[in-house]
Design a protein. Sequence first.
Length: 65
Amino acid sequence: MDDETTFQVLVNDEEQYSLWPADKEVPAGWRPDGKRGTRQECMDHVDEVWTDMRPRSLRERMAAE
């Protein structure tokens, strides 16, 4: 991959994020969150939206306790 690669941001059911080449098929268990761009643009987006690194199930379990 080079600087010309367009990426997309993916999210899974645990609300964990990943970058993925936009021209590749999205892997099972992941879905696009709508952001596409350069690697850096996508990383900046993830930094903005993924503020709690704990999986969703752990956050929910901790909130219930």
